[in-house]
Design a protein around this ligand. Structure first.
Ligand code: ZN
Length: 420
């Protein structure tokens, strides 16, 4: 009976002697069995603790020697076994909960001296290096020749970087890495991401700069798990022309880097990225920002190298409002009632039309039939640190708002707010 886990060995005598020992967690193999060389009929069972430092292991007598077993957090892979002699606690952590329960059940039977014959426990043997090595959590591959072709990626990986390997697609083995938190595939030739990325339920950082994305991989924003956990996205140095409206579904996005792409605008819903703190979109083709941008509260913002249209005075609306036609009325209703739509049920052009809705400050969605109103905002109002947008040190950028009616426009002009 064996169990691989992290172990903290606590000597209970040390506090009594006013001594403190720093916690020292080690990867370990725990096993229950007989001592090697013991007589067949001698059923004395021991618990053996093997670590990388002591592969031959320390043995603890079980019967009459286990004072208590703490199992409150067994479902989280944690438990503590308290021995009488020596006065030590073996604190188990990061064990597989199912295996841990099984191990503790065998231990319980051994403590009670029950059915020992049926346990069929083997003789205690030193742990193999593999079992007491710390599971690999980080892997960095920077040359094509180091790319694993015949071996698998270690299942324990939390960080994986594969750069400069001319990857055209993401290896499906990567999507099996359940613990992966940081995936860095910068400096490859990727153009798309498969939907399997939603298997990475712990993914917090996705780094894809210097690739060949032309469209932003919308599926990142559509998967529930990714919407909840992604906090860092780096798509700098690609050829992306547009960000999807669905980007605002990434509720916990803190950092977005999208410098050196071909963006002409930001989606109207951009202001809904409430957690966003670090935003850079330098060297794109953005001429004007959506009004909702003024709602953000950032730490740093860099919008330098964009061809913003900067007039000294805000431009007032020149467009004349027409009466809404049938298409406008239908589209407004679909967005208002949150009718779900996608490319399976509607023409792609209609989906794009619906995606391009502009929201008036009153909440109404409008399309062609709207009044555009532009103004300037000073980026220092919404961000602690601001990179000037041009060489002359300007920090003001134009923003545009759309209104559903002349009534809403008047309200906006009176209040000075461009957004609801
Ligand atoms: Zn309105």
């Amino acid at each position: 009976m064996r169990l691989c886990c992290d172990v903290d060995l606590v000597n209970r005598l040390l506090p009594e002697m006013n001594m403190k020992k720093k916690r020292n967690t080690a990867r370990a193999q725990l096993s229950i069995g007989k001592k090697p060389g013991s007589h067949l009929k001698d059923g004395t069972l021991f618990l053996m603790l093997c670590t990388a430092k002591d592969r031959n292991g320390a043995k603890y007598l079980i019967k009459g020697n286990v004072e208590q077993v703490f199992v409150r957090f067994v479902d989280e892979g944690k438990a503590t076994i308290r021995f009488k002699n020596p006065q030590q606690d073996i604190c188990i952590n990061k064990a597989d909960p199912v295996q841990l329960k099984c191990f503790l059940s065998v231990l319980r039977q051994a403590v009670q001296g029950k059915e020992l014959d049926r346990l069929k426990l083997s003789v205690l043997a030193p742990a193999s290096t593999k079992n007491v090595e710390k599971p690999k959590s980080k892997l960095c591959i920077l040359h094509r020749k180091d790319y694993p072709l015949t071996t698998n990626f270690p299942g324990s990986l939390e960080q994986l970087q594969i750069s400069q390997c001319r990857l055209k697609r993401i290896d499906s083995r990567i999507f099996q890495l359940k613990k992966l938190e940081i995936l860095d595939l910068s400096e490859n030739v990727l153009e798309t991401i498969s939907e399997e990325i939603s298997n990475l339920k712990q993914l917090k950082q996705l780094i894809l700069n210097h690739n060949q994305f032309v469209t932003f991989p919308k599926n990142i924003c559509m998967m529930f798990h990714l919407q909840q956990c992604i906090g860092y996205l780096d798509f700098s140095d690609n050829g992306i022309v547009e960000l999807p409206n669905h980007l605002c579904e990434l509720k916990n996005l803190v950092t977005l880097k999208i410098d050196n792409n071909n963006l002409c605008s930001l989606p109207p819903t951009f202001g809904r990225l409430r957690r966003l703190k670090f935003f850079s979109a330098s060297n794109n083709r953005i001429q004007i920002l959506p009004a909702g941008f003024a709602r953000l509260r950032l730490e740093t913002v860099d919008l330098s190298g964009n061809p913003f249209e900067i007039a000294d005075k805000p431009k007032y609306p020149t467009e004349i409002m027409e009466s809404p036609d049938l298409e406008e009325i239908c589209a407004r209703a679909i967005r208002k009632m949150r009718v779900p739509y996608n490319e399976d049920v509607l023409l792609l052009s209609l989906c794009k039309y619906l995606d391009a809705a502009r929201q008036c400050l009153c909440g109404t969605f409008c399309f062609r039939c709207s009044i555009r109103y532009t103004s300037l905002i000073n980026l220092t109002v919404i961000s602690t640190t601001v990179t000037a947008i041009d060489n002359s040190g300007r920090k003001c950028v134009p923003i545009e708002a759309f209104h559903c009616s002349t009534k809403c426009l008047a309200r906006c002009q009176n209040s000075g707010h461009l957004y609801g």
